[in-house]
Design a binder for this molecule. Structure first.
Ligand code: ATP
Ligand code: MG
Length: 334
């Protein structure tokens, strides 16, 4: 397949008060048309720095060296300001971790998508709006016309992230870079986003660079994976091969560190499986038992209901949180 991204021997160092700090050294990555590459590794291993280098978004204190940093055969470092604007606007699209942060809170989703389209394409507003609805359909939004008129705060995190993807793909980019797109969201959103990426690659031959420390997501959505540790790629190959037969000690450790899934879904309900579950942490339980004896309520809520217009959002929620207690609130997106 023709080369979309070619990164050869990329090194990045950040200048700081105590001298220069190497963040990435000698990283080589290759992505062909329609191909998805996963980039996995622990926090601080340099994944985001690589993505920023590709878009030339690295901060001023970053120094970069590479044998090649090419997008569709052209050296990214040689692009003029106008070519760079084209690259970021038209050719490489990005989706980040916090879906809300990337959206403009004072503009409807529809306006954000149509403005993106109209900034780069000579189309009328009604055409752009029709395209926006179509894009929301591509990202599996069930009632696009309704969602076009909503503001970001009226959407769940999962819906916001789908809106971000709709904006990202509005100009039919050749490469979509996603940096931890589901880390802030729950598992049901993750499956949706994996399906969306699958559709995009099938229908539009979009290439994907997916940064995540979620091995399962990479395995389900990428052809190949590169495993990073302390700024270098320690292992790379076909995703299924790397995860089934990890060669490098770090990859093995990464796989072993996936939090044991003590809960699996059965009949649509969460059920505890064998193996150490919550009961394996006696100290936490003992402390909870102690705390229960003399429980001082810090926060108490009773019968909270809330609606947007006629749409009920919360109904009759009761909860209380004791002093020094940690209270978990869990549920699907939306
Ligand atoms: P995470 O999984 O937490 O997002 P990452 O793999 O994306 O981590 P980077 O954000 O690329 O890692 O950071 C790599 C290294 O570079 C880290 O040591 C980080 O502290 C350092 N670094 C990142 N950005 C800067 C910056 N602007 N100035 C100085 N050092 C930085
Ligand atoms: Mg990062």
């Amino acid at each position: 397949s023709s080369s979309v991204l070619n990164v050869d021997q990329l090194s990045i160092a950040y200048d700081g008060r105590n001298g220069s700090h190497s963040a990435v050294s000698g990283v080589s990555l290759h992505i062909g048309q329609g191909e998805a590459l996963g980039l996995v590794g622990e926090s601080g291993s340099g994944k985001s720095s690589v993505a920023l280098a590709i878009l030339r978004y690295l901060p001023k204190n970053a120094r970069i060296a590479a044998s090649a940093l090419e997008f569709q055969g052209r050296e990214i470092r040689d692009l003029s300001a106008e070519q760079l604007r084209q690259l970021r606007g038209n050719h490489i699209a990005t989706v980040y971790q916090h879906p809300g942060a990337a959206l403009n809170p004072s503009m409807t989703i529809g306006r954000q998508i149509t403005e993106t389209i109209m900034r780069h394409r000579p189309v009328r507003h009604d055409e752009a709006r029709a395209r926006a609805a179509e894009l929301l359909e591509h990202v599996r939004v069930s009632r696009p016309d309704r969602v076009l008129d909503l503001y970001p705060h009226e959407l769940s995190g999962g819906m916001q992230q789908r809106a971000n993807i709709a904006i990202a793909i509005a100009l039919d980019p050749s490469l979509l870079v996603l940096d931890e797109p589901t880390t802030a969201l729950d598992a049901s959103v993750q499956s949706e986003i994996i399906a969306i990426l699958h559709d995009l690659r099938k229908d539009h031959k979009t290439s994907v660079l997916l940064i995540s420390h979620d091995i399962n997501m990479i395995r389900r959505s990428c052809d190949r994976v590169a495993v990073m540790q302390s700024g270098t790629v320690v292992e790379s190959g076909v995703a299924a091969d790397v995860f089934d037969n990890p060669r490098h000690a770090y990859t093995k450790a990464l796989i072993a560190s996936i939090p044991a899934l003590n809960y699996t879904k059965r009949d649509g309900r969460l059920a505890e499986t064998d193996g150490p579950g919550l009961a394996a942490h006696p100290t936490a339980n003992d402390e909870a038992a102690g705390a229960r004896k003399e429980r001082q309520i810090a926060i108490a809520c009773k019968g909270i209901s809330h609606a947007f217009g006629s749409q009920p959002v919360l109904s009759d929620i009761d909860l209380d949180i004791g002093q020094g207690e940690t209270f978990g609130l869990i549920g699907e997106s939306g």
